[in-house]
Design a protein around this ligand. Structure first.
Ligand code: G1P
Length: 290
């Protein structure tokens, strides 16, 4: 069986990033760098490498730096050309997807992840789509979304990336109630958003990568609120179980929660160590602090 290809992706980037104040007072949290590249660029590159051709940013007030980042920087490019800094020029020019592939829509009120995704609905139409959270940064080869698309091509329906978390952390994630599990792909019979550890049906948690059918958007049309009074994406996906298969897939690679300060610092270290031009220098710095 062949399933409709996934060519569109939504990036919910309206969050305030209060855990990184004051850095995020005037700077979108998605622009914080891991080594020398903003978080959002990692997510866009992961999507592009997975075959995504339309990038839909659900943004908010004060997020303009992201639009500039994915645009031509005319003066900078001119100076780099004049100075013959061709490597830097290429770095700057290859940031952005081709013209017309990026769209921005504002989430005017912070009503939850489900609401953010719903704000992108008119760009999605009747096609499957991906959702990528830039906070969840994944060091993987091939990228996490590409791995997920391979699984989606086998099972169709809704597919999310999952990983096991310590039981005391279940109240931070959407959690799968598992029907069957082959060790890589788990089929869910229900989903619960941020359950108390004592109530969690498993410790298999959703991380910020989704492949979704457009039916999810019809569920989100209802604007039903859940945990925290927010419109939850997890609830909309859960309502479809029964009519649309739901699978969680484990992935090869390491995820960093860059919405937390420690996760962000760890990601910087791990990404630097994974680079030929930085590994040696960073290891020797780490030894000093060991
Ligand atoms: C959101 C989702 C949650 C998911 C998590 C992954 O929560 O609601 O189900 O597990 O993203 O990062 P948030 O982190 O926005 O609170």
């Amino acid at each position: 069986m062949t399933f409709k290809p996934v060519k569109k992706a939504i990036f919910p980037v309206a969050g305030l990033g209060t855990r990184f104040l004051p850095a995020t007072k005037a700077l979108p949290k998605e622009m914080l760098p891991i080594v020398d590249k903003p978080l959002i660029q990692y997510a866009v590159e992961e999507a592009r490498d997975a075959g995504i051709e339309q990038f839909i940013f659900v943004t908010g007030r004060g997020k303009g730096a992201m639009e500039d980042h994915f645009d031509h920087a005319v003066e900078l490019e001119q100076v780099l050309t004049e100075r013959d800094k061709l490597d830097d020029l290429q770095t700057v020019q290859t940031c952005s997807p081709p013209p017309g592939q990026l769209a921005y829509v504002r989430q005017q009120k912070p009503l939850g992840l489900g609401h953010a995704v719903w704000c992108g609905r008119n760009f999605i139409g009747d096609e499957p789509f991906a959702v990528l959270s830039a906070d969840d940064l994944i060091l993987a080869e091939p990228g996490c979304l590409k791995q997920m698309i391979e699984v989606y091509n086998q099972v169709g329906g809704n597919v999310v990336a999952v990983e096991d978390v310590p039981r005391e952390h279940t109240n931070r994630y959407g959690i799968l109630d598992i029907e069957s599990d082959d060790g890589k792909i788990a089929k869910a019979k229900a989903l619960i958003e941020k359950p108390d550890p004592k109530d969690a049906p498993s410790t298999l948690s959703i991380i910020g990568r989704y492949i979704l059918q457009p039916a999810v958007l019809r569920e989100l049309d209802k604007h039903e609120t859940g945990v925290g009074g927010e419109i939850q994406l997890t609830d909309a996906m859960a309502s479809l179980i029964g009519s649309t298969d739901f699978h969680g897939t484990r992935f090869e690679g390491k995820r960093f929660d860059c919405g937390s300060r420690l996760g962000f610092i760890e990601a910087n270290i791990a990404f630097a160590l994974s680079r030929d031009d930085m590994a040696e220098g960073v290891s020797s710095i780490l030894k000093e602090y060991g």
